[in-house]
Write a protein that binds this ligand. Structure first.
Ligand code: AKB
Length: 319
């Protein structure tokens, strides 16, 4: 049975991945590394936790030693729009934590999962059916950390045999924890406004397509890749994975099927729009499908039905 450390377990991915990993591997086999509040409800009662500053290698090494960890999920990151406002922070957290995890993994023979992103592509990348192996010249600091992370992870695998694996996540949509500071966040926030009976002001222009994925599929992607037969993997860092591609108008219409009175206006955020314009419209994820049987379950309609049901239970049906 794996012994897992999640670095950055209280964020958008970590707060749900920790629950899923505990359901798969047992609660005592998943140690949630945390740095600072806010903490999800019941965080300290749900299983082992440890204070870990991702930018401090010794703290990661101590946790790995103490809990006899063999797998690290490294989720510490500053999302794209926030990183653009503080590039040094984006770099220090994104790359500092990764280097620390890789070094510790090399010493203690751990496997490492690190999310990359659609942000690893840039304006020169083909925007439709973006291939697995293609031009990667991002023009954001977030994207630069993601490409660097992919290269570093492959380097540690090739040079020292560290079992590094990664996926390029699209925008992730979840009902548990709100993301913060991302370009794709609009696609999460819109559901909260819709269910709470409020109008949504969209920061991204109509006609801007981006890849997206519902969180249950994202969790499966991470776990499935880490469990994949290594002899089938031609790639490692990092796999294109996607589940759907839509623009704000398509998302609005999908929500209006459930909440016909819901309305949206636009107030474009120039920073987020520029980032979105530099990212793929839709990725080709056939390598993930071939090499480890990636097969997402949710499309825009099934995700929307599920999100609205869950958020209605959380906030009460205001319509
Ligand atoms: C962001 O928008 O920064 C993230 C991402 C796509 O990596 N959600």
């Amino acid at each position: 049975m794996r012994k897992i450390l999640i670095v950055g377990s209280t964020g958008q991915i970590g707060s749900e991945l920790s629950q899923k990993l505990r359901s798969v591997y047992g609660k005592d086999n998943v140690v949630c590394g945390h740095f600072a509040p806010p903490y999800p409800e019941g965080f300290f009662d749900a299983g082992p936790t440890v204070q870990v500053d991702a930018t401090d290698k010794n703290q990661i090494a101590e946790a790995v030693k103490h809990y006899q960890i063999d797998t690290i999920y490294n989720l510490a990151a500053i999302l794209s729009a926030t990183a653009e406002k503080n590039p040094a922070l984006g770099w220090n957290v994104g790359i500092g934590s990764l280097m620390n995890c890789l070094d510790v993994a090399k010493e203690y023979r751990c496997a490492v999962f690190t999310p990359s992103s659609i942000g690893a592509f840039g304006p020169d990348t083909p925007h439709t059916k973006t291939p697995q192996d293609t031009v990667q010249r991002p023009n954001t600091i977030y994207g630069i950390t993601k490409v660097t992370g992919e290269l570093l992870s492959d380097y540690y695998f090739q040079r020292w045999g560290v079992d590094t694996r990664s996926v390029r996540f699209p925008g992730l949509i979840s009902s548990l924890t709100l993301p913060g500071g991302g370009t794709t966040d609009y696609a999460v926030e819109i559901y909260y406004k819709a269910v709470q009976g409020e109008k949504f002001t969209c920061p991204i222009q109509a006609g801007t397509f981006m890849d997206m994925m519902y969180m249950p599929d994202a969790l499966d992607a991470a776990i499935q890749l880490m469990e994949a037969d290594p002899s089938r993997l031609k790639h490692r860092n990092s796999f294109n994975v996607t589940a759907m591609s839509f623009d704000p108008e398509m998302l609005l219409k999908a929500i209006q099927k459930h909440l016909p009175g819901f309305g949206m206006t636009y107030e474009i955020d120039p920073l987020k729009q520029a980032i979105a314009d530099s990212w793929p419209d839709s990725m080709d994820d056939s390598c993930a499908r071939e090499e480890w049987d990636w097969n997402p379950q949710f499309d825009l309609d099934t995700m929307t039905a599920d999100m609205i049901n869950i958020l209605k239970l959380k906030y009460g049906n205001t319509h």
